[in-house]
Design a binder for this molecule. Structure first.
Ligand code: MG
Length: 376
């Protein structure tokens, strides 16, 4: 029997790479639904290729004739309808930001398996999402390479306590830049990531180390590990995708060529490992793996993320949303690279914390932070 999947956010970087993995195994997967916001030319090609039963398009400009073979959903509840559909075996959640949060919760309540790439969902609402997933026995499989690595290192370790999670960071393209140089970098420079090929928002987040900060919060929720037991190490080659240290001092690392599709394929086939050639690691050729401490003086976003995580409540949502706005302004050349952490910090400072927020309060805080950061 084919696994029937729904890919929400299919035109983004993770969505496209998910469909690339799926297309390599046409006998094993059936694409039941695809959802996008914009990028209609890519979406049209995807729809033609995979003939999904349902498409969701959050863009009023589309031509329904081009999607006549699928049932078209376009209202605000369309993602939830797909997430709840009994025909869906696995939901791939790869929408940037928290737009997929209600659909994620709907899928959890149906006990569905969710492969999750949208780290903002766990950052903003991990305290709500994770207990709910445990209650409904809904597996959350990480698509983020670091979290996939940790998840893989934890296989077969049931009952053994984690001493420390070690997330690796590439360090981004400005790893060696001075503070003065960082003040002058352009969006174009920042978009040239040394090892991973990703969308523009996350590429900037890698350059500021905010991506790693969001991943620390994501790891805290996914693996139920306190922040003081989560470390970050800069590892420019991106060969080790992350590590787990156990109580006996043993450290397990997951390694591989830096290709997101390996993490995606692991989740799609979990718990099985499916043969596929993504290239091999030639250790003799690589020669050396380097590690260094992240410099939070030059890259304060990482420290801000730990602060937000430790504060908890609505603060991680505020961190993430303020960062969204700041990155948006940086990409439009409206602010400097070094303004990003400054704006995030001042938005966090202005925020009136809610310790145990409801979902609505989280979304309200996000909205507030977005506007507050833009008004800087
Ligand atoms: Mg990552």
């Amino acid at each position: 029997m084919k696994k029937r999947i729904a890919v929400l956010g299919s035109t983004g970087s993770i969505g496209r790479q998910t469909l690339d993995v799926v297309s390599a195994f046409p006998d094993l997967f059936d694409v039941f639904a695809l959802a996008t916001k914009g990028y209609l030319d890519i979406f049209e090609k995807q729809s033609k290729k995979f003939s999904p039963s349902v498409v969701s398009i959050a863009d009023k400009e589309f031509d329904p004739k081009k999607f006549s073979r699928s049932k078209i959903l376009s209202g605000p509840d369309s993602l939830i309808k797909i997430a709840q559909n009994p025909a869906v075996d696995m939901l791939v959640m790869s929408i940037v930001g928290t737009a997929g949060l209600p659909a994620t919760i709907a899928a959890i309540k149906k006990g569905k398996t969710i492969a999750i790439a949208s780290k903002e969902i766990l950052v903003a609402a991990g305290d709500i999402v994770m207990p709910l997933a445990r209650k409904h026995d809904a597996p959350l499989l990480p698509l983020d390479s670091e979290h996939s690595a940790i998840f893989q290192c934890l296989q077969g370790s049931a009952g053994n306590k984690i001493k420390r999670l070690i997330l690796t960071a590439s360090g981004g393209p400005f790893r060696r830049f001075s503070k003065k140089q960082l003040g002058k970098v352009t969006a174009k420079q920042a978009l040239a990531h040394p090892t991973w090929n990703m969308g523009p928002k996350i590429t900037i987040d890698c350059a500021t180390l905010m991506n790693k900060g969001l991943e620390v919060i994501e790891a805290h929720h996914l693996f139920n590990v306190p922040y003081e037991k989560i470390d970050v190490v800069v590892h420019p080659q991106s060969i080790i995708h992350s590590m787990v240290e156990f109580e006996d001092g043993s450290v397990l690392a997951q390694m591989g060529v830096p290709d997101m599709r390996t993490a995606i394929q692991y989740a799609l086939f979990y718990p099985k490992r499916q043969a596929r050639d993504f290239g091999i690691l030639d250790f003799a050729k690589i020669g050396t793996l380097n590690f260094e401490k992240p410099d939070t003086d030059r890259f304060p976003c990482l420290k801000l993320a730990y602060e937000a995580g430790n504060t908890g409540g609505t603060m991680p949502a505020v961190l993430s949303a303020a960062n969204d706005s700041a990155v948006e302004m940086f990409l439009k050349d409206k602010i400097k690279f070094t303004d990003i952490p400054r704006i995030v910090r001042s938005t966090m400072k202005e925020h009136k914390l809610i310790k145990k927020p409801s979902l609505d309060q989280i979304l309200e805080s996000e909205k507030w932070a977005r506007a507050e950061a833009l008004a800087e």
